[in-house]
Design a protein around this ligand. Structure first.
Ligand code: GLP
Length: 243
């Protein structure tokens, strides 16, 4: 696992964008997946800017959604799909048919989740997965206790994360208790994983995730077992594990 600490916010974002740029230059038809949330929004802006400058071409790329709330359609402004579509996909030249979503309104969840994983694997697997991290160590919506061998599945949004995510909802009553997420096994099947984090508040959980025991109570600790993980942190996280 390689850990990069960026000098400033701009560098932090550009380090991650460089990875996407390099990946798409190497293989323009790469399969990518991006977390949503506050962490990746500046990355989307940087990738859009590089696309506008002619540096990144998404025309052959494929994107798979990492996680989604249940009961919310893509028209709901707090849905992950809404963010991906409006803050990213609509601003680059990715083809609509190459953007795959977790259907939060789907009724046949078991079949849907199985087919989603098959779609990923039949297409050759994920080339690059970009992750954020929750304050309790979750990745996607894989909360503490999720089995490391989990495929894409329906997940509960446990209380801690639910309370944190109410900031994205005008009306907290709209904040779903249920979600769909790529499983930990799905995430770990990606050929390369980038974990992005900024803000000093994530210091303790990053310390556990990157240097603590690999346990299901800290879902992101599983990344220690992946052969190709790049962790990109901002300067506020430069003294990880110091008191
Ligand atoms: C959310 C999402 C994750 C995201 C994480 C961190 O609940 N399910 O995909 O990476 O928590 O969010 P943020 O970037 O807003 O801190």
């Amino acid at each position: 696992m390689e850990i990069h600490i960026a000098m400033n916010d701009q560098k932090w974002v550009s380090l991650a964008a460089d990875q996407v740029e390099v990946q798409l230059r190497k293989n323009p038809a790469s399969a990518l997946s991006f977390a949503t949330g506050a962490t990746t929004l500046p990355l989307f802006d940087e990738l859009i800017s590089r696309h506008e400058d002619g540096r990144i071409d998404f025309s052959q790329a494929t994107c798979f959604q990492l996680d989604e709330y249940r009961e919310l359609g893509s028209e709901h402004p707090a849905s992950c799909a809404h963010t991906l579509i409006n803050r990213f996909y609509n601003c680059i030249n990715i083809r609509k048919e190459n953007c795959h979503f977790l259907d939060g309104l789907c009724s046949n969840l078991e079949d849907f989740c199985r087919d989603y994983d098959s779609l990923i694997q039949d297409g050759g697997g994920l080339d690059l997965q970009i992750l954020g991290i929750g304050l309790n160590g979750h990745i996607g919506f894989n909360q503490p206790g999720t089995p490391f061998n989990s495929p894409t599945h329906p997940a509960k949004v446990e209380d801690f994360t639910w309370h944190k995510n109410t900031r994205f909802f005008n009306n907290p009553a709209d904040n779903p208790r249920d979600a769909l997420t790529m499983g930990i096994a799905t995430i770990m099947s990606a050929k390369k994983i980038i974990l992005m984090a900024n803000g000093g508040g994530k210091k303790d959980i990053l310390c556990k995730a990157l240097f603590g025991p690999v346990i299901e109570d800290v879902p992101s600790s599983v990344l220690q077992k992946h052969p190709n993980v790049l962790v990109i942190l901002d300067q506020s996280l430069s003294k990880l594990c110091s008191s």
